[in-house]
Design a protein around this ligand. Structure first.
Ligand SMILES: Cc1cc2nc3c(=O)[nH]c(=O)nc-3n(C[C@H](O)[C@H](O)[C@H](O)COP(=O)(O)OP(=O)(O)OC[C@H]3O[C@@H](n4cnc5c(N)ncnc54)[C@H](O)[C@@H]3O)c2cc1C
Ligand SMILES: *[C@@H]1O[C@H](CO)[C@@H](O)[C@H](O)[C@H]1NC(C)=O
Ligand SMILES: *[C@@H]1O[C@H](CO)[C@@H](O)[C@H](O)[C@H]1NC(C)=O
Ligand SMILES: *[C@@H]1O[C@H](CO)[C@@H](O)[C@H](O)[C@H]1NC(C)=O
Ligand SMILES: *[C@@H]1O[C@H](CO)[C@@H](O)[C@H](O)[C@H]1NC(C)=O
Ligand SMILES: *[C@@H]1O[C@H](CO)[C@@H](O)[C@H](O)[C@H]1NC(C)=O
Ligand SMILES: *[C@@H]1O[C@H](CO)[C@@H](O)[C@H](O)[C@H]1NC(C)=O
Ligand SMILES: *[C@@H]1O[C@H](CO)[C@@H](O)[C@H](O)[C@H]1NC(C)=O
Ligand SMILES: *[C@@H]1O[C@H](CO)[C@@H](O)[C@H](O)[C@H]1NC(C)=O
Length: 493
C-alpha cells in the first residue's frame, strides 16, 4: 500500500510520542468522572516526583481514585485508548515502576486511599492500597495492639511492598509481609473486580503474592495480624571487620549459625558503609534473654552487644524508621539519587567470601559516595520466611538454604549520579554470582535494578515460578496492559 509521505511521517511521530494520547485519555477519564491531577498542578508535580531522582518519567495522565469504581474506570480507559497503566502506592520503587518505568503511562495514584480498619473480632485488618507502612503500624497498634510483619521505612507503600515480598525486623520470626495477606480485592486488566484468597481465585492469589504488579490493581487488602509484643529489645553489635580476612572469616561463622542455629526470635541485619560495619537487630524478649540468645555467635565473632534497649512495639519501629514522623499520610516527597542492586543467596563458598570481602575493603570502603550494604539474615532452618512451602506463593526464595537478602545502595547527595558509577555495584554483585549457580542466588524486585533487560530480570526475580507466572499473565493480561520495563512477558517462553 502507498501511504502519502507526510501522513506516514505524522503517524510515525505519533507512535513515537508517548504523550500523543493525552487528549484521548483525559477525555475518557473525564467522561467516566475519575478524579485526575491536571498537568502543571502542584498535585501533578508531587505525584510524578520519583523517589529515585535518577529516574523521572512523564505520565500521559495521573488518575487519583478514591474508590474501587474509579480504579476500574481508569483501567477501562487505558484499555480503550491503548496506553499502559500502572498503580502507584507509596511510590518507593527504586526503578520508578509506579510511574511505569518509562514515559507515557497512565498512573493510578493510590495514596488518597489509605484507610486502615481492624476488625476486633477476627483481628483481620482491612487496608486500602495507598496506605504507608508507618500509618498501617500506627493504626493497628492504636486500634488493638496488633501488627503484621513488614519493612522499616514508614513512607513505603504497603501495596508495592507486600505484593513483592516485604522483609523487616519481624520477618525471621513472622515471615514476609506477603505471608500476612489473607485476601485482596483486585481490578483485573478487563476492568472486572474480583476477590482472591486461598479459596477464591487461588491461582490469582498465588501470583499476586510475589508478582502483584503484573496482574491487576489491588483495591483493598485483608491482612492477618499478630498481637504486638509488649516488650522487645533493639540492639547492635560492632563487627571487628577491619580487613578482608576478618570479614571473610566472620561472615563464614555467621552463615553457619544463620543456617542452623540462629533462634527464631532474633531478627538481624548487617549494615556496612564507609564508617561502620555492624549488626543491627530486634529481639522478641528482654535484654537478658537476648544476651543468652546472642552469646554463641558473639563468642565466635569476638564481639559484644551494645545499645541494647528494651521498648514497646512502636518505639522499636521508630528506632529503625530513621524518620521524625511515623504516621505518614497524604503526599510525602522523600527522594534520593542512587543506583541500587539486590541479591538473595545461599551460604557463600569460601572463594566467593574471600573475593567479595576483598572488594568490600579495597573498592567499597574507598568509594567516596554515600554507599551502603544491608545484609538481612533472611532464611535458614529457623526462619519463618523459608519455612513456607515453595509453591505457596509466587515469591521465589523459600528454600531454607537461602540465608541472606542483600541491598546494595550507592547514592549522591548533590548533582546527578555519575555515568561511571554503575560499575561499582555491578562488579561487586558479579563477584557473588560468578561463583554461584542459579539455585544459589536470585534478586528481589522490591530493590529493582532497572539496568537489567526484561528477560534477565524476570528470570532472577522469579526463578522456578516464572513459567507458571507467564501462563497466568497470558490468561489474565494478554495485551500487557499492566506493563513496565521488567514486567512479565507472556509472549516469550
Ligand atoms: C526508604 C526505603 C526503605 C525500604 N525499606 C524496605 C524494607 O525494610 N524491606 C523491604 O522488603 N523493602 C524495603 N523497601 C523497598 C520497598 O519494599 C519497595 O520499593 C516497594 O515496592 C515499595 O512499594 P510502594 O508502594 O511504596 O512503591 P510503588 O513505587 O508505588 O510501587 C511499587 C510497585 O508495586 C506496584 N503496585 C503499587 N500498588 C499496587 C497495587 N495496589 N496493586 C498492584 N500493584 C501495585 C507498582 O505498580 C510498582 O510496580 C524500601 C524502600 C525505600 C525507598
Ligand atoms: C476512610 O476513612 C474516612 C475517615 O474515617 C471515612 O470518612 C471514609 O468513609 C473511609 N473510606 C472508606 C472507603 O472506608
Ligand atoms: C469481595 O469481598 C468483599 C468483602 O471482603 C465483599 O464486600 C465483596 O462483595 C466481594 N466482591 C466480589 C466481587 O466478590
Ligand atoms: C586482619 O585483622 C585481624 C584482626 O584485627 C588481624 O589479626 C590480622 O592479622 C589482619 N590480617 C591482615 C592480613 O592484615
Ligand atoms: C527475661 O526473660 C526471660 C525469658 O522469658 C525470663 O525468664 C526472665 O525472668 C526475664 N527477666 C526479667 C528481668 O524480666
Ligand atoms: C503445592 O504443592 C502441593 C503438593 O504437590 C499441592 O497439594 C498444593 O495444592 C500446591 N499448592 C499450590 C498453592 O499450588
Ligand atoms: C576469586 O578471585 C580470584 C582472583 O581474581 C579468581 O581467580 C577466582 O576465580 C575467584 N573466585 C570466584 C569463586 O569467583
Ligand atoms: C548448585 O550448587 C549446589 C551447592 O554446591 C549443589 O548442591 C547443586 O547441585 C548445584 N546445582 C546445580 C543446578 O548445579
Ligand atoms: C475478566 O477476566 C476474568 C479472569 O480472566 C474472567 O474470569 C472474567 O470472566 C472476565 N470478565 C469479563 C467481563 O470479560
Amino acid at each position: 500500500m502507498l501511504v502519502p509521505f507526510a501522513f506516514a511521517v505524522a503517524a510515525a511521530l505519533a507512535a513515537a510520542d508517548p504523550l500523543a494520547k493525552r487528549a484521548a485519555i483525559d477525555d475518557c477519564l473525564s467522561a467516566a468522572k475519575v478524579p485526575v491531577d491536571t498537568p502543571d498542578s502542584d498535585e501533578w508535580k508531587t505525584d510524578a516526583n520519583p523517589f529515585n531522582q535518577r529516574l523521572p518519567y512523564t505520565p500521559v495522565a495521573i488518575a487519583v481514585p478514591t474508590t474501587a469504581e474509579h480504579i476500574q474506570a481508569a483501567v477501562s480507559c487505558a484499555a480503550q485508548v491503548g496506553v499502559k497503566v500502572n498503580p502507584k502506592a507509596g511510590g518507593h520503587s527504586y526503578a520508578s515502576f509506579g510511574l511505569g518505568g518509562e514515559d507515557g503511562h497512565l498512573v493510578v495514584e493510590l495514596d488518597r486511599m489509605d484507610n486502615v480498619t481492624l476488625d476486633s473480632t477476627t483481628q483481620i485488618a482491612t487496608v486500602q492500597p495507598g496506605a504507608r507502612l508507618g500509618h498501617v503500624a500506627t493504626v493497628l497498634y492504636e486500634q488493638g495492639k496488633r501488627a503484621f510483619s513488614h519493612g522499616t521505612c514508614p513512607g513505603v507503600g504497603v501495596a508495592g511492598h507486600s505484593l513483592h515480598g516485604g522483609f523487616g525486623f519481624s520477618s525471621h520470626l513472622h515471615g514476609l509481609a506477603l505471608d500476612w495477606i489473607a485476601g485482596v480485592t483486585v481490578v483485573l486488566a478487563n476492568a472486572t473486580v474480583v476477590n482472591a484468597s486461598e479459596t477464591e481465585n487461588p491461582d490469582l492469589f498465588w501470583a499476586l503474592r510475589g508478582a502483584g504488579s503484573n496482574f491487576g490493581i489491588v483495591a483493598s487488602f485483608q491482612f492477618k495480624t499478630f498481637a504486638a509484643p509488649s516488650l522487645v529489645t533493639t540492639f547492635q553489635v560492632d563487627l571487628p571487620w577491619k580487613n578482608a580476612s576478618s570479614i571473610a572469616s566472620g561472615w563464614a561463622k555467621l552463615q553457619d549459625w544463620v543456617k542452623t542455629d540462629m533462634p527464631k526470635e532474633l531478627n538481624m541485619r548487617i549494615l556496612g558503609n564507609s564508617y561502620q560495619t555492624q549488626l543491627q537487630g530486634l529481639y522478641y524478649g528482654n535484654s537478658s534473654a537476648l544476651q543468652s540468645a546472642m552469646q554463641p555467635i558473639l563468642s565466635k565473632l569476638g564481639a559484644k552487644l551494645s545499645d541494647t534497649e528494651e521498648s514497646d512495639w512502636m518505639d522499636a519501629f521508630a528506632h529503625y524508621a530513621y524518620s521524625p514522623t511515623i504516621d505518614i499520610t497524604g503526599p510525602y516527597n522523600a527522594a534520593e539519587t542512587f543506583y541500587s542492586k539486590s541479591l538473595v543467596t545461599s551460604a557463600l563458598p569460601s572463594s566467593v567470601l574471600q573475593n567479595v570481602s576483598n572488594y568490600w575493603v579495597e573498592k567499597a570502603r574507598s568509594n567516596s559516595r554515600a554507599w551502603y550494604i544491608i545484609i538481612d539474615m533472611f532464611g535458614g532452618a529457623n526462619s519463618a520466611v523459608t519455612n513456607v512451602p515453595a509453591n505457596a506463593t509466587s515469591f521465589a526464595f523459600r528454600d531454607p538454604n537461602y540465608l541472606f537478602l542483600y541491598e546494595f545502595y550507592d547514592r549522591v547527595y548533590f548533582g546527578s549520579y555519575p555515568s561511571n558509577g554503575f560499575s561499582f555495584l555491578d562488579d561487586w554483585v558479579n563477584i557473588f554470582t560468578s561463583g554461584l549457580n542459579t539455585t544459589q542466588w536470585g534478586m528481589y524486585i522490591n530493590y529493582a535494578d532497572p539496568a537489567m533487560s526484561r528477560a534477565q530480570a524476570e528470570e532472577v526475580y522469579y526463578r522456578q515460578n516464572l513459567p507458571r507466572l507467564k501462563q497466568l499473565k497470558k490468561q489474565l493480561d494478554p495485551t500487557q496492559l499492566f506493563d513496565y520495563p521488567q514486567a512479565i512477558d507472556p509472549t516469550t517462553a
